[in-house]
Design a binder for this molecule. Structure first.
Ligand SMILES: Cc1cc2nc3c(=O)[nH]c(=O)nc-3n(C[C@H](O)[C@H](O)[C@H](O)COP(=O)(O)OP(=O)(O)OC[C@H]3O[C@@H](n4cnc5c(N)ncnc54)[C@H](O)[C@@H]3O)c2cc1C
Length: 435
């Protein structure tokens, strides 16, 4: 069996952050990254907006400002991308403050889905130069730990769909889609975990002229009362997409999302962004994730296995959208996610979430007048699962002896920059241990 000093599962930003940090400090270490996908990596491939300001993307329970800022410096040295200019923020900030809304000013860059792919290619080239092994289309399925008294070389081995691979240290960075996988792993290893919060809401799509703030600030981060926020704004050549998810019981549902390409000349004049409410469950409900997945499945039932979409004009009148809500007159742009069912999102969304989202829409429309134009589309559901949080045994995200769980799949990050930072933090722990 081939054995590596450190084996990294997942080639998203978390896995890459760990790989580059380990190899920079200890180039002699034998490292291997594996990923079930054929193209490295997970998140860098989608839109690739990079947010370089704490606390965006950094869950507060794991990160304080000083630590995050130190890590952001390190991440910037690898993801050195041009920072976007921002303009007129004082105007938007003043309007926001009057309404009890916070507009967070952050250092941002945007590569677009096309630019993200070029970045991945450059990063892959650098991994090759450093002699770090990468095996794509290989899925980790199981894990065996070894008794150190009988096997002092290997701490354990993983079983993939192709072979067995031994490791001294194992970093698992499976991302949001690997949430179920991470949970199974924690169950198998007896790692205690707590259920996490979920973000639930809609994705708004409108004409850029109805949300002109994006010309001044690419991805404006508004924080409304009731734990509602704007998230992941895309413009220029922007599209709403749907992502397929599977529950632990094998049922599928879709969550909507959005991305953009970088080419301004081919712009479609549309903007999309998520409006999400953070929901935290306490007793007696055991799992926020299961709640969110059930909502996702309910939409599948109502939408004929597709997400729902509704024009703001219909929603205001309390009526469902129909196919004719998507043709002509006031409703003058086509949805970019056509594979969606016109309907009534208020039938599918819990009242408390809906009220908070709608109130935030009204506040937003006062800050950036126009966003509640009748033609604006609300797609539902947008669900962000953040995985269960392991009970770590140290501050480097070690979840069991020599096993590190990092990135979005372990709840230690919520974005590319923070995911990379979590990889650096795990690497620092491993280096300390090896020294
Ligand atoms: C459509 C979309 C757009 C986004 N846009 C942005 C954005 O613009 N800016 C931003 O900051 N964040 C964005 N995000 C979020 C961002 O992608 C994540 O925060 C980030 O990628 C998390 O990094 P990660 O390394 O933890 O996981 P990921 O990037 O998801 O990588 C995990 C990798 O692990 C692999 N994997 C999982 N399980 C296994 C297994 N059992 N065996 C082998 N491999 C496995 C997966 O194939 C995947 O490649 C977006 C997400 C999506 C889905």
């Amino acid at each position: 069996m081939e054995t590596y000093d450190c084996l990294i599962v997942g080639t998203g930003p978390a896995g890459l952050g760990a790989a580059f940090s380990l190899s920079e400090q200890r180039p002699e270490l034998k490292l291997l990254l594996i990923d079930q996908e054929e193209m490295c990596t997970g998140g860098l491939r989608n839109d690739c907006k990079l947010n370089f300001t704490y606390p965006t993307g950094f869950p507060l329970e794991y990160w304080d400002r000083a630590l995050a800022n130190r890590m952001i410096e390190i991440v910037s040295s690898h993801l050195d991308t041009p920072i976007l200019p921002s303009r007129n923020l004082d105007v938007y900030k003043r309007r926001s403050e009057r309404l009890g809304v916070e507009l967070l000013e952050i250092r941002q860059s945007h590569l677009g889905t096309d630019g993200g792919i070029l970045l991945i290619e450059r990063l892959m080239e650098r991994l090759r130069e450093k002699g770090i092994g990468v095996s794509l289309k290989e899925r980790m399925e199981d894990l065996r730990m070894h008794d150190m008294r009988t096997d002092p070389i290997r701490r354990g081995h993983i079983i993939t769909d192709k072979r067995e691979i031994g490791f001294g240290k194992l970093i698992v960075a499976p991302g949001r889609k690997g949430f179920g996988f991470a949970q199974e792993l924690m169950d198998n290893l007896g790692i205690a975990y707590v259920d996490n919060t979920v973000d639930l809401g809609v994705r708004i799509e409108t004409r850029e002229k109805n949300y002109p703030i994006v010309r001044d600030y690419y991805d404006p981060k508004f924080f409304f009362p009731d734990k509602v926020r704007t998230f992941c704004t895309n413009s220029n050549q922007a599209f709403v997409v749907r992502e397929k998810y599977q529950t632990r019981t094998g049922r599928t549902y879709y969550s909507v999302n959005g991305h953009a390409y970088s080419d301004k000349d081919k712009g479609n004049g549309l903007v999309n962004f998520a409006l999400l409410k953070t929901v935290r469950f306490t007793q007696p409900l055991a799992s926020g994730q299961e709640f969110a997945e059930m909502l996702g499945q309910m939409v599948m039932l109502m939408g004929g296995d597709k997400p729902l979409m509704q024009r703001v004009g219909d929603f205001r009148l309390g009526k469902r959208s129909k196919t004719d809500s998507f043709t002509g007159d006031l409703y003058d742009f086509e949805p970019t996610l056509a594979d969606c069912t016109p309907g009534d999102i208020s039938l599918a969304m819990p009242a408390k979430i809906l009220r908070a989202i709608w109130k935030s829409m009204k506040l937003l429309d006062t800050i950036v007048p126009g966003v509640m134009h009748p033609s604006t589309i609300m797609y539902y559901p947008e669900i962000k699962l953040y995985s269960n949080k392991p009970q770590f045994i140290d501050e480097h995200f070690q979840a069991a002896r020599d096993i590190y769980l990092i990135g979005d799949g372990a709840g230690t990050s919520r974005g590319i920059v923070a995911a990379w930072a979590s990889g650096v933090r795990a690497a620092e722990g491993i280096l300390k241990d090896l020294s």
